[in-house]
Design a protein around this ligand. Structure first.
Ligand code: 2P0
Length: 319
C-alpha cells in the first residue's frame, strides 16, 4: 500500500520568505518542534488515472491540482516513469486544532512516493523531496526539534534533527479562535512580506536567533526558548503589517489572546505565544501550567477549543 505517516511541526524560528519559488528554497533557516497530536497518513498506488482522496472524499479543487503538480514534478526531477497514481490521505488533526496540515501532508506524501518507486531514500533526501511540496514539510521528516538549513541549492536545503527525543518540559496548546479559511496563502504572504522595509533586518537576525534558540534547547532553558519564539513570531507579523501593501493574519481574538498571555505571565504563570500564517494562537508552556492556562482561555472565550500537544516522532511507514 506504500503508506507513510508524518506529524505536523510548529516553527519556533520561522520560515517566511523564499529565494526560489519553484524549488521552495528559503531565504532563512528555521527551527521547529514536531507535534504528537497532529499527523497525516498517506498511501499511494499506481492507477489508470490521477485521483486524490482527502479524509475519504475525492478532491477536484486546487488542493488536488497542487498534489498532482508535485507528483509530476518529482517524477520529472528523478527521471521516473510518469505514471498516474491514486493518493489517499487522512489528516488526523483534531478539528479543534486550527492548525494547517501542509507540513505533515507533504512529508507523508514524499514518504509514500519513496515507497511507491522503491527509491530507498535516506531522511536527508526525503526532507528535500518534502520541501519541494511545502517548505515546512522538510522539517516534519524528523521528530523532536529539527532545523531546516536554508542552503544555496536544492540539494543543499534540507532539515536535520537536533534532538529527536527531547527531555525538555515543553507543551503546546493550540487555541482555535477562528476556523475560516485564511484570506492569503502562506506562499502569497511570503511574497508580499519581502516588500517590508524591515525584511532585511529579518534576514540579518536569522543566524543569531537560530544560534540563541539552539543554545536554549541545549541548556534546557524553557524561558529563553519561549521568549525567543514569541519575539521571532512578532517579527514575522511586524513584517506583514509593514509590507506594501500591509496585511495581517490577526483577527481581534488574536490580540485578545496575546493580552491574556501577558496577564497570565504577570500572574506568575509562565507561558509564551507563537502565531503562524493564520489567526490562531499557540501557547508554549510547561506541563504544570497546562490545566490553568486551558481554564483561563475557556473562561475568557466562549466555546473556544483547545488541543494540547507535545513532542512527536519523525516519519514512519505502515508496511
Ligand atoms: C513555518 N510557515 O516556518 C512558517 C511560519 C507559516 C509561518 O511554513 O509556500 O505551507 O508551501 O513553502 O510551508 C507555512 O508555509 O509554505 C509556513 P510553502 P508553507 O512553519
Amino acid at each position: 500500500m506504500n503508506t507513510a505517516i508524518a506529524h505536523t511541526n510548529i516553527a519556533l524560528i520561522k520560515y517566511w520568505g523564499k529565494q526560489d519559488e519553484q524549488l521552495r528554497l528559503p531565504l532563512m533557516s528555521s527551527l521547529s518542534m514536531t507535534l504528537d497530536a497532529f499527523y497525516t497518513d498517506t498511501s499511494i498506488e499506481f492507477a489508470d488515472e490521477d485521483k486524490f482522496y482527502l479524509n475519504g472524499t475525492l478532491q477536484t479543487d486546487a488542493s488536488a491540482q497542487r498534489v498532482f503538480t508535485y507528483i509530476h514534478k518529482l517524477q520529472a526531477l528523478l527521471n521516473l516513469r510518469p505514471e498516474s497514481v491514486v493518493i489517499k490521505s487522512v489528516n488526523h488533526v483534531p478539528t479543534a486544532a486550527g492548525l494547517a496540515s501542509s507540513s505533515s501532508a507533504f512529508a507523508a506524501l514524499a514518504g509514500a512516493f519513496n515507497r511507491l518507486y522503491k527509491l530507498d531514500l535516506n531522511h536527508k533526501q526525503l526532507s528535500i523531496l518534502a520541501r519541494i511540496g511545502s517548505g515546512s514539510a522538510s522539517r516534519s521528516i524528523f521528530g523532536g526539534f529539527s532545523i531546516w538549513k536554508k542552503g544555496v541549492t536544492s540539494d543543499d536545503s534540507f532539515a536535520y534533527p537536533i534532538d529527536e527525543n527531547p527531555t525538555m518540559d515543553l507543551h503546546l496548546l493550540a487555541i482555535e479562535l477562528d476556523t475560516k479559511p485564511k484570506s492569503l496563502s502562506s506562499t502569497e504572504g511570503m511574497k508580499l512580506a519581502k516588500t517590508s522595509p524591515f525584511f532585511n533586518h529579518w534576514l540579518e537576525a536569522n543566524d543569531s536567533e537560530l544560534d540563541a534558540m539552539i543554545s536554549a534547547i541545549n541548556n534546557n532553558d524553557f524561558t529563553a526558548l519561549g521568549e525567543l519564539a514569541e519575539y521571532n513570531a512578532n517579527e514575522m507579523h511586524a513584517i506583514n503589517l509593514s509590507a506594501k501593501p500591509g496585511f495581517t493574519y490577526f483577527v481581534p481574538e488574536t490580540l485578545k489572546a496575546i493580552e491574556l498571555i501577558h496577564t497570565l505571565r504577570k500572574n506568575g504563570i509562565e507561558c509564551y505565544y507563537t502565531i503562524d500564517a493564520g489567526p490562531n494562537v499557540k501557547v508554549l508552556c510547561q506541563l504544570k501550567n497546562v490545566k490553568d492556562i486551558q481554564k483561563y482561555f475557556v473562561s475568557e472565550f466562549n466555546n473556544v477549543k483547545i488541543v494540547s500537544a507535545s513532542f512527536g516522532p519523525g516519519i514512519s511507514y505502515l508496511d
